[in-house]
Design a protein around this ligand. Structure first.
Ligand code: C2O
Length: 342
């Protein structure tokens, strides 16, 4: 079998940009830490419903704001701290770990591990956030950039008085600027033109360009076969492009959102990835789950994350394919792009 898995004791500096070596290995990685196998949350526990960020109320914002400031104040030694959470992305996305059974670096982007790995990362993050304020119903807000109401940077992330604000961003892209889902340079489109272009683009990335498993999920990545490096439609854009669009025009790699090593330092990362995660479910639903990957090497690939109880958990791709078992769901969102064939 050729499943992918990290060797946690083989961590090393990695390149955050071609000209920048970064150090994101956790303290004490050299000595193995005992871990437990993933277990689904108790089916009796309350469901977490992830809602579009434009629909959440004051009360919710206050709670999340408080939890996030607690998380940001935890010491770096604590794997639940915001800095350590952010570095998970640096670790698994810049090749900081070698693989088990091979000395090649593990990197989850631009492969079929993109969707499941990020689902895991934000699953644990969401539960940690909730536990910091004793709320086991806490669920992420979703940056629904695929519907017209969501096509701007959400207000809570642009509000300097809240812990969601982040200053390493492109300020010319703050509200009311309409996001360019296929951003690579500034355009002169009117807000309405940008919005229509975005909807047609979504149709392409979710429907016409994503009719085969690999086209949407990304390439087959197996141990000892080398890095495959071919992302799915939505990973390329809007995923990558919005990372770039949010990141700062004053930084060489449009940090923080614009580069893997720094992206998860911006709280908007989690709302962005909630939408990516939701769109994975939408795509599966459009295809009635007929295009779901069945390859055991994908299903058995595994990673490690700390949970809200500070336990190190080993979790496999096969564990994250049914979100209802993971105890969360998405509030229903319109799909205005579904009939926007260009
Ligand atoms: Cu691992 Cu949005 O990137």
């Amino acid at each position: 079998s050729k499943f992918i898995a990290p060797n946690l004791t083989a961590c090393h500096p990695s390149y955050g940009r071609p000209d920048l070596l970064v150090h994101c290995c956790p303290p004490g990685f050299e000595s193995p830490v005992p871990f437990v196998d993933f277990q689904f949350p108790d089916p009796q526990s309350p469901k977490r419903v992830r809602r579009p960020v434009q629909l959440v109320d004051e009360n919710y914002i206050a709670k999340y704001n408080k939890a996030l400031s607690i998380m940001k104040s935890l010491p770096y030694d604590d794997p639940r701290s915001f800095a350590r959470q952010a570095n998970l992305h640096c670790l698994f996305c810049t090749g900081a770990y070698d693989q088990q059974n091979s000395n090649t670096p593990l990197s989850i982007h631009r492969t079929w591990l993109f969707f499941p790995w990020h689902r895991m990362m934000i699953y644990f993050h969401e539960r940690i956030i909730g536990s910091l304020i004793g709320d086991d119903t806490f669920a992420f807000p979703v940056w629904t950039w695929d519907i017209p109401e969501g096509m701007v940077m959400p207000d809570i992330y642009a509000n300097m008085n809240l812990s969601f604000f982040h200053k390493v961003r492109d300020f010319s892209h703050f509200p009311p600027r309409v996001a360019d889902l296929n951003y690579f340079e500034e355009t002169n489109l009117s807000p309405q033109e940008q919005l229509d272009t975005n909807l047609a683009f979504m149709y392409n990335q979710m429907v016409s360009g994503a009719k085969k498993t690999e086209l949407f999920m990304g390439c087959t990545y197996k141990a000892n076969e080398g890095y495959c490096n071919s992302p799915g439609t939505v990973e390329s854009a809007p995923h990558n492009t919005l990372h770039t669009w949010v990141g700062s025009n004053l930084e060489p790699g449009r940090e923080d959102m614009g580069k893997f090593y720094s992206a998860a330092r911006d709280p908007i990362f989690y709302a962005h990835h909630s939408n990516i995660d939701r769109l994975w479910e939408v795509w599966r639903e459009i295809h009635k789950h007929e295009l779901d990957i069945k390859d055991p090497d994908w299903l058995n690939s595994f990673f490690f994350f700390y949970d809200e109880n500070l336990k190190l958990v080993k979790i496999k791709v096969r564990d994250v394919l049914d979100i209802s078992k993971l105890g969360y769901s998405y509030e229903e969102v319109d799909r205005p792009w579904l009939n926007k064939r260009p």
